[in-house]
Every structure is written in C-alpha cells, then in structure tokens.
Design a protein. Structure first.
Length: 278
C-alpha cells in the first residue's frame, strides 16, 4: 500500500483531498509544514505527497511552487476540494463569547467579509485550518474560535457557530499529488512544465506562440523568483492536450529552443472542479 503525506492534522482540507484521491488505497501520514512534506517524500518516508497549489479565490500557494522548483519532484495527479469554511468553537460557546479567531492565512483571507462584521475579533494565522480547530478545542475558556471545515468540527468535538463563511460560495482548492519519480498515466490530458527564460525581448511570447501553434489549451501560468539570482524567474505552466505525453516530443523540442531550462513536471488526468462533489 502507498504511503501519502500531507501538511496538517486530521480534519484538514489536505486530508480530505488525500481521501478523495486515494480512497482506501493509501496510508496517510502528516507533516508539520510544506517543507516537512517534501522532506518526508525525499527521504522515502512517503510514496506520494498531497499539497495545495492554488485556490480559486486567493490564487497560487507560492511556497508550494517554490518547493516544486527546488526539489525537482513530479506531479502525478490532481484533486479539487470545495472549501466551505465554518466558524468553530467549544460546545458551550456563543458568538458573543468570541474574542479571537485562528486559521490558516488562506482561511482568514477567504473569510474577510464575514470577519469584517466582527472587527473586534483578533485574527491569528496558524499553519493549518484543522490545527486551528484543535487549538480551539484545547483552549481555556470560550474566547477562541477557528475557521475550518465541518469535518474538523466532527474530529475535535466543536460547535459550528456559522456555516459557509467564505466570501465566495464557489471556492475550490486544487491539490496536486507529488512523487519522487514520474508516473505518466496513458491517455492523461494535463501537462505541467517549469522553465526559465533568457533576458531577451519576446522570450515569454515565444513560448506562448509555440504552445498556441501546437494547439495547447493554456490553463495556468505562474512565475516565482529564483533564489540567489536577482530578477530571474521560474515559470510554471499547465496546459491541456488530447495527444498524451508521447505525442508531444516536437512541442518540447521547440520549447527547449526558447528556454534556458525546461522541466516536464508531469502528465496526469485532468479533473475539473465541477467533477468534484459539492
């Protein structure tokens, strides 16, 4: 059986993504940070990692992109999870008791409209939404609440004071399944690549023209600064194809002519958010 590692504690959205993707086909273990997730994968403690890479409301998870660029691992799958934040507190608590709210920084930023109705509450980011729920369950008194999922409320015996508090109702987080080695599934239609460019006029335009020429459907482009190389960037691109990886050697050859480095991060099955259960 595979072992999969995710960041956080039981009740997190990452755990939900792992369960949705693997079902009963993997043993799940936890890590205390994204860095720790990648380290455990590198050291062979896990066969797969499950990490969030972007959210439909707040955008890219920069730390995960940076780790993908640094470790050179491969994306072998993806899983969308609908985010439905709740305000959780101890069973005896009421809204009037709350003085402080804890959650992952994304959970706080995705719930700003609701939090704006309670400007007197302190807001404190922690590393994970489910960890925030655990903190609320273990806290003294009734003043602390957490922004987390219904599953987290069940895991830690908390009361739901408010439901669906995220500002956008259609809020999804895309998780990627990461492996030390490539694992290309036949017939996969989504490709992720990473590259950096020479400092010449039109270099990025040249890459986009190659993708367009070959009929690729561009889904995502993200850039991250390269450590210790001022004003140089690593570009991450996702695109859809109906050819599979074996049908793309000419595309990759032409992309190589326009880039300084080119890495094929993965070719895997595209799973649109609409396929996931609400």
């Amino acid at each position: 059986m595979l072992t999969a590692v995710y960041c956080g504690v039981p009740g997190s959205y990452a755990e939900e993504a792992a369960i949705l993707y693997f079902g009963d086909g993997a043993q799940l273990i936890t890590a205390s940070s994204f860095q720790n997730v990648f380290d455990r994968l590198r050291d062979g403690e896990a066969d797969r990692a499950v990490v969030p890479i972007e959210n439909s409301s707040t955008g890219a998870i920069a730390a995960v992109y940076d780790l993908l660029g640094r470790y050179g691992f491969h994306i072998v799958g993806e899983q969308y999870v609908r985010v439905r934040h709740c305000l959780l507190a101890k069973k005896e608590a009421e809204l009037s008791d709350i003085r402080e709210v804890v959650s992952h920084e994304q959970g706080i930023s995705q719930s700003l409209e609701f939090l704006g109705q309670h400007p007197e509450w302190l807001r404190r980011p922690v590393y994970n939404t489910a960890a925030a729920a655990k903190m609320a369950a273990e806290s003294e008194g009734l003043r602390l609440a957490a922004i987390a999922s219904r599953r987290a409320a069940e895991c830690y015996g908390l009361k739901i004071l408010a439901v669906d508090i995220n500002s956008k109702s259609q809020n999804y987080t895309r998780f990627v399944i990461v492996s030390r080695d490539p694992d290309y599934e036949e017939g996969s239609g989504k490709v992720s690549i990473a590259f950096n460019l020479p400092h010449v006029v039109g270099s990025l335009c040249g890459v986009l023209e190659v993708l367009g020429k070959h009929g690729m459907n561009l889904m995502k482009i993200e850039s991250r600064p390269i450590a210790d190389r001022n004003w140089e960037y690593l570009f991450f691109v996702d695109f859809l194809t109906d050819r599979g990886l074996k049908g793309l050697p000419e595309l990759f050859r032409e992309l190589g002519e326009h880039t300084q480095t080119l890495q094929i991060l993965g070719c895997y099955r595209h799973r649109p958010a609409e396929e996931e259960s609400a």
